[in-house]
Ligand binder design. Structure first.
Ligand SMILES: Nc1nc2c(ncn2[C@@H]2O[C@H](COP(=O)(O)OP(=O)(O)OP(=O)(O)O)[C@@H](O)[C@H]2O)c(=O)[nH]1
Length: 391
């Protein structure tokens, strides 16, 4: 699936940047273009990957380029007043070449929470293709009730911590709850990611940002790239229409991933690389071991490694991508792993694709669960979001 990406706000743009980096790391391209919009000039400046011409500062008159400091009302006003600028920003996406647009936002931020729904609305008018949101939920401790944000200053410095306007502490949880409802109503799906999944106990949230962004980007990347892989030929391609038909089942979506290190038979060093060209590089893999690696990795992905904790049995659609050296992609292993995802989720038909990659050093499983309708995590957010009532 080829996608356009729009990053919104500090966390959203860090995630968009991570997606561009993931796309660059893969042999298969899936990301056509990424644009960034923000009310914080320093955060825009600090991006590594989004092209300079694709970075757009909004609301400079209102915030002096310093972000809204969590003020979603101000951010909504900026989005209303500067709709033509939003329109111009997303006009850079080559809509004829993309299968879907992914809007990235950290939903606790003022800009992420209130500008992202406006971006979704604008996109709905300019593209005829689905619009999905990749939304980062604020961490539990970070957003322990409105205004109870923890200090994140010991994490990596992306922007000037004194630059945000003074004002009430950031209402992370209520911003995020409102944003989940607005985005789910406006977009074709919301893939939720919870910062707590990546935060080491006792560490700051800021320290978890780069890990979370890379992991979330790698998951979406694995799903999108699977449909574009051509050489060696996959057994089955999970193409754009299958992914589109998996997303959007109501509720929200979550993506799980796990990997197990395996031997790809490749030899090390320059001489080893040359030898690999003349044969070899195809290890003898025991069928029983291939099956057990596939099943155990799939179990981990769907039970412990979801982007947001949720009741997997409440999902109504699922898709799985297997990414591994060709010798490890045994038909029986893939079948058993799919069956396991079916048993865990109760979804009768598991869509799937494989991505044989002779250079892969692990057996990777990525699982998309869509139509998730039970999640304590969402129910605890702000005034409580009932996934049953979303979309
Ligand atoms: N994943 C991730 N989350 C981030 C990052 N930076 C901030 N966050 C989280 O995002 C939330 C705050 O939103 P920001 O993105 O900083 O704010 P914003 O959308 O720019 O909005 P303003 O309030 O106007 O600054 C908190 O939950 C942070 O922990 C990041 O680089 N990556």
């Amino acid at each position: 699936m080829e996608i356009g990406v729009v990053g919104v706000g500090g966390g959203g743009n860090a995630l968009a940047d991570a997606l561009v980096a993931d796309d660059a790391r893969r042999a298969t391209e899936y990301l056509v273009r990424a644009v960034a919009v923000d009310t914080d000039a320093a955060a825009l400046e600090s991006l590594d990957r989004v092209a300079d011409d694709d970075r757009h500062l909004l609301g400079a008159v209102h915030t002096d380029g310093r972000g809204t400091g969590g003020d979603a009302e101000l951010a909504a006003e900026i989005a209303r007043e500067e709709r033509p600028e939003l329109q111009a920003a997303v006009d850079a996406l080559p809509v004829g070449r993309i299968d879907a647009t992914v809007v990235c936002a950290a939903l606790g931020g003022g800009t992420g929470a209130a500008v992202a729904p406006a971006v979704v609305d604008v996109l709905g008018q300019v593209t005829g293709t689905p619009v999905y949101v990749l939304g980062v939920l604020p961490g539990d401790a970070e957003a322990g009730g409105d205004g109870d944000a923890v200090d994140t200053a010991d994490g990596p410095k992306r922007r000037d911590p004194d630059a945000a306007p003074s004002g009430p502490d950031r209402p992370l949880a209520s911003n995020a709850a409102d944003a989940v409802r607005a985005l789910r109503a406006g977009a074709d799906d919301l893939v939720a990611a919870d910062l707590d999944v990546w935060r080491a106990s006792g560490a700051s949230y800021a320290a978890a940002w780069p890990t979370a962004d890379e992991a979330i980007a790698t998951r979406l990347g694995a799903l999108c790239a699977a449909g574009e892989a051509a050489d060696p030929t996959p057994e089955r391609v999970l193409d754009a229409s299958e992914l589109t038909n998996t997303f959007g089942a109501g509720g929200v979506s979550a993506v799980g991933a796990a990997s197990t290190a395996v031997d790809n038979g490749r030899r090390e060093g320059v001489v080893g690389g040359l030898l690999d060209r003349f044969g070899g590089g195809d290890p003898d893999v025991d069928e029983g071991e291939a099956v057990s690696v596939a099943v155990n990795t799939a179990r981990k992905a769907v039970t412990h490694r979801l982007s947001m904790p949720c009741d997997v049995a409440s999902a109504s659609r699922a898709a799985v991508v297997f990414h591994a050296p060709p010798a490890w992609l045994s038909r029986r292993g893939v079948e058993r792993a799919r069956a396991l995802v079916g048993e865990e989720t109760g979804v009768p038909e598991i869509r799937w694709g494989d991505h044989p990659d002779p250079t892969a050093e692990s057996f990777g499983v990525t699982v998309l669960l869509s139509g998730v309708r039970a999640s304590d995590r969402l129910e605890r957010l702000g005034d409580g979001v009932d996934p049953e009532r979303l979309g």
